[in-house]
Design a protein around this ligand. Sequence first.
Ligand code: HEM
Length: 210
Amino acid sequence: MAPLSDLSIALAFPWPPSAYLWFKSLHIVGVVVWFAGLFYLVRLFIYHREADDLAEPTREAFRSQYALMERRLANIITTPGMAVAVAMALGLLSVQPAWLHQGWMHAKLAVVAILLLYHGFCYRLMGQLREGTCRWSAKQLRALNELPTLLLVAAVLLVVFKNQFPTAWATWFLVALVVAMAASIQFYARWRRLRAEALALSSTTSRASS
Ligand code: HEM
């Protein structure tokens, strides 16, 4: 692990004793803000995509409003939250560089790498939605929005359990979570379809009787 050894030497710095607790507090704040932004951003993408089904001129008004909300949320909340979380994580590692040689930290860094890719992908989707070239359906976006939940659970379990990580239990837990999420997306899609059919039927009946 030569590159990580180099990084741990580069990060090592004689901080005052309370620095670690400051870094950790601000790291947690950054993580909370980052995830709040990521969760709400893809929810806005779902509404943005559903606005395509509306009639003009409402459609264009909704689309431009969602594009504005997405851009502000991404640039003012989500990305700054990510920057604080990552900057404070580097501070934590500079106080505890030895963790860079432990398996749980390698796994956590892998989870964070996926999260950073997801963050970048959200920017790409945001651009496509703005241009009207996004090919993701609202249902696919709903499924995509579950990915950060899994990464959040994995990152928190890794940092809390560290070297005592309960691999088997954690795997079952994550599998159960995926099944529950997939089932809830299917149930919700079915409920929406049945509700739309019932509404269409009742408006036809009321038009026929008037
Ligand atoms: C940039 C990559 C990251 C690195 C290098 C990193 C590193 C660390 C370190 C060294 C700690 C201190 C652990 C302790 O004092 O016991 C910590 C705490 C924590 N991290 Fe991260 N972290 C990163 C990203 C994340 C992400 C993305 C999440 C959430 C999904 C997260 C959630 C937490 C939580 C909840 C704690 C507090 C755990 C505790 O006090 O027991 N971290 N992190």
